[in-house]
Design a protein around this ligand. Structure first.
Ligand SMILES: Nc1ncnc2c1ncn2[C@@H]1O[C@H](COP(=O)(O)OP(=O)(O)OP(=O)(O)O)[C@@H](O)[C@H]1O
Length: 414
């Protein structure tokens, strides 16, 4: 199944891609290639940071469950967006995939290897393949190094080109990212914010990675500059076939750049799907709440306004997350079962999965939990001697050919 092109959905002459509407010179939105094989397949990934007691004898007294059982795929040459409020574990996920952190458990299959299992030494050659672009171009570039040193260092460390060819390659890379190749002798403070981000991109591109983890790559930049940098990332993706794990809190930027999106809450994916599934057909109340904060250009064009769903309270601590569904303490439709059982991340369409006991369109949740029978419990979440838990609840990193049908409440729809 292919999704309808985002910018093709014209409504009274207004594109339904808010980013293209605001940023006039932006390219058209990136499109999904449903036949692309995964370049990265993440399964049940966890990162727990130990919490230590104070005092002389420091003991472990708990864990920050920053990432708690993520499964997803990034298609080769494509982009998966990772969104969610601050503190939900997006950056930690990016750092795990780049192996700046070693995960507590889980796997990260990349080609023939599991990045999660590799030692630092074994990781070294693979660092070429997975590169990271950081949010803050001011702090991620060493101010005492020239642009030539910054972009040339990975070439020298990984011996990509002979020493006497490094400068030439640096100049090529500067040209690719739209900087003057003669400026290799300048220092980061001589460049604007957008130009510094281009330097960071040239450094990441130097090793011709298969995957780039971009952690809020444009959120420190003005909107007009954002469009230029996003255009550059799209050009790089097209010309070099690089895949992106694209982390951002700005849903309009993600909608534009990423044909597929995963929504995180407190260390877990609550909904994942292609662009249409997430932006036009979200079934999780958290996704709906996040989206309700974004101006809807289609509705604005007809004078309508999207109803704002206000979440009450703060994101709970990942040291002691709520029982059952982690979102339930802020969820407008939570019921008894939500405190007792964690909802499985269930595939409900060809490219859509949701983790909720009551998934539905906005203001149309089902009357009874869709998960009760498969979990072997009654509608309140108490054990139901009459039913047994389903063996069909499995979470794979990608999508299966069949899924759970919300209308008939049976597995096997295709
Ligand atoms: N090194 C660490 N040690 C302990 N806790 C950490 C560490 N790094 C992150 N955390 C905690 O893990 C949780 C997830 O943090 P993370 O930075 O991944 O979230 P995020 O969604 O990227 O947020 P933001 O957008 O603010 O960066 C937070 O509660 C954070 O305090």
């Amino acid at each position: 199944m292919t999704e309808s092109p985002s910018t093709g959905g014209l409504h009274k002459g207004v594109p339904d891609d808010p980013f293209t509407a605001v940023a006039e010179n932006a390219h058209t939105a990136a499109q999904l290639d449903p036949s692309a094989e995964p370049v990265l397949s993440v399964d049940n990934l966890r990162m727990y940071f130990p919490v230590m007691s104070g005092g002389l004898v420091r003991r472990k007294i708990g864990d920050v469950q920053a990432v708690d059982g993520l499964s997803f795929e990034v298609p080769a040459g494509g982009s998966l967006g990772l969104v969610g409020e601050s503190g939900c574990g997006k950056s930690t996920t990016g750092r795990l995939v780049s192996r700046l952190y070693k995960p507590t458990t889980g796997s990260m299959r990349f080609g023939d290897v599991d990045l999660a299992q590799l030692s630092e030494k074994e990781m070294k050659p693979l660092r070429r393949e997975v590169q990271m672009i950081f949010q803050d171009p001011y702090s991620s570039l060493n101010p005492r190094h020239t642009v030539g040193q910054i972009v040339g260092t990975p070439l020298r460390v990984h011996k990509v080109v002979p020493k006497n060819k490094v400068l030439g390659r640096v100049q090529e890379l500067l040209q690719v990212v739209g900087l003057n190749p003669e400026h290799y002798n300048r220092y980061p403070n001589e460049f604007s914010g957008g130009q510094r981000q281009r330097i960071g991109i040239a450094r990441a591109l130097a090793l011709q990675p298969k995957l780039m983890v971009a952690d809020e790559p444009v959120s420190a930049l003005d909107v007009s500059i954002q469009a230029q940098v996003i255009n550059l990332l799209q050009d790089i993706q097209r010309d070099f076939g690089v895949a992106f794990l694209f982390i951002a809190h700005d849903l309009a930027v993600v909608r534009h750049f990423c044909p597929e999106v995963a929504v995180m809450y407190l260390g877990k994916i609550v909904e994942i799907g292609d662009r249409n599934s997430i932006y036009d057909n979200a079934h999780h109340p958290y996704t709906q709440a996040l989206l309700s904060a974004v101006p809807d250009i289609k509705q604005a064009a007809t004078g309508g306004r999207r109803e704002r769903i206000r979440l009450t309270g703060d994101v709970p601590s990942p040291i002691n997350p709520p029982s059952g569904c982690r979102f339930r303490t802020r969820c407008p439709i939570a019921q008894e079962i939500c405190a007792k059982h964690e909802p499985p991340l269930l595939q409900i369409g060809p490219r859509q999965k949701v983790a909720c006991h009551f998934p539905g369109r906005i203001n149309q949740p089902p009357d009874t939990p869709i998960t009760a029978r498969m979990l072997g419990v009654d509608h309140q979440g108490s054990p139901d001697p009459g039913s047994t838990p389903s063996e069909e609840i499995t979470t794979i990193p990608g999508y299966a050919d069949t899924w759970f049908d919300l209308d008939t409440r049976t597995f096997g729809r295709a």
